[in-house]
Design a protein around this ligand. Structure first.
Ligand SMILES: [Zn+2]
Ligand SMILES: [Zn+2]
Length: 370
């Protein structure tokens, strides 16, 4: 009944506010068929997932485990990674694993003295009552991957970049960081006027500050970029979630290229940088690939390759869009089409951004030409 009232209210608002008519028509998510992608090594598939989710085991979240699973099912993703603050309770309760077709993985978001850090693949809890360097040493010893969270968020930024050699990478896109930029009044107004899906669509933007930071680090070292929903399902009105998992899960996904659909396979992909950020709210992405074709064979995103004359770079897209290839953080090529191929222009870090109707759609991890 409540949902019905909300839908009617939203529909009335949408009719009342003519500005909404200018918005693009957004298709709902569809079940993705896992298909072989040209360029991927045999056995590798593109698995889409939701990264950085809080539940009632985080102090500021009210979400239940089943609510996460159901929202992931409805978003048609393959995996979801829960990262509650400073604990692995769902792992201890043996909830990790397949729930329907969704693989639920459990990591944790550590509140270190230098800022928040997502740790993926750790099996034992790590004390945060020690300095960040010691925390990172423990993470490294465990073999887990670690990602700096919402580095640019004014409320909770990352403060010690000298530690970057000890970290796997960073959240290049963090959804709440984009939302908070609007300020509470605008967020409130938009939540009332927009449908949840259009609201999320409005927050999908090129994360300029985070990309600038990432590009600076990439010139010097390998650093994996991921996209995070950082969903809390925190605010409820008469039991109904206002910042629902459903809305946030549709906005941004991190796609993992893996040959083993398991905890090990997915976390390995994150560690190696065999991942890319997809804004499926713009349009669901079934396949994307960025590779180098060297004399020795194919090299996928996240990997290094030795430069030689004739070294080729290739991009495959699900459909025609604008492809920007960046070299060392600066635009190097900009073309339209459903694929692109070109010769590498010497040493450098090459990465790809894709735009659909001028909206950011995909951000790849780099290929490091050394
Ligand atoms: Zn955080
Ligand atoms: Zn968080």
């Amino acid at each position: 009944m409540l949902r019905k009232i909300q839908q009617v209210t939203l529909a009335s608002c949408l009719l009342l506010f003519s500005g909404c008519a200018a918005m693009p028509f957004l298709n709902g998510p569809q079940r993705r068929a896992l298909e072989a992608i040209p360029g991927l090594p045999p056995g590798y598939l593109d698995y889409s997932g939701i990264v950085h989710v809080h539940t009632l085991y985080s102090h500021h979240s009210t979400g239940g485990f089943d609510e996460v699973v159901n929202a992931a099912e409805r978003a048609h993703v393959d995996f979801v990674i829960i990262t509650d603050h400073d604990n692995l309770r769902w792992l201890k309760e043996k909830k990790e694993g397949f729930h329907g077709h969704v693989l639920v993985l459990v990591g944790t978001e550590l509140s270190t003295p230098s800022g928040h850090l997502s740790v993926l693949g750790v099996e034992n809890e790590i004390s945060i009552k020690q300095d960040t360097r010691k925390i990172l040493k423990e993470v490294q010893k465990s073999g887990a991957a670690s990602f700096i969270c919402h580095a640019q968020l004014k409320l909770n930024p990352w403060t010690d970049w000298s530690l970057r050699p000890m970290v796997t990478g960073m959240e290049v896109f963090n959804l709440p960081a984009e939302i908070y930029e609007d300020g509470y009044v605008k967020i409130g107004t938009k939540s009332f006027v927009y449908s949840p899906r259009h609201l999320m669509y409005s927050y999908v933007k090129r994360p300029d500050a985070a990309l600038k930071q990432w590009d600076e680090i990439l010139v010097e070292r390998k650093f994996v970029g991921i996209g995070a929903v950082d969903a809390h399902q925190r605010f409820r009105f008469l039991g109904m979630a206002l910042d629902s998992y459903d809305a946030m899960f549709e906005a941004v996904q991190t796609h993992a290229l893996a040959n083993d659909f398991s905890r090990k396979g997915i976390f390995e992909a994150f560690k190696k940088g065999h991942v890319y950020i997809g804004f499926d709210v713009v349009k669901p992405i079934r396949s994307f690939f960025f590779e180098a074709l060297s004399a020795k064979g194919r090299v996928m995103m996240g990997e290094s390759v030795k430069f030689h004359k004739g070294l080729k770079l290739r991009v495959f897209l699900p459909e025609s869009a604008r492809i920007r290839v960046l070299k060392d953080g600066k635009e190097w090529k900009s073309v339209s089409g459903d694929q692109w191929e070109g010769e590498a222009d010497g040493f450098g870090v090459y990465r790809v951004e894709v735009y659909l109707n001028d909206k950011i759609w995909i951000i790849s991890n780099p290929i490091y030409v050394r």
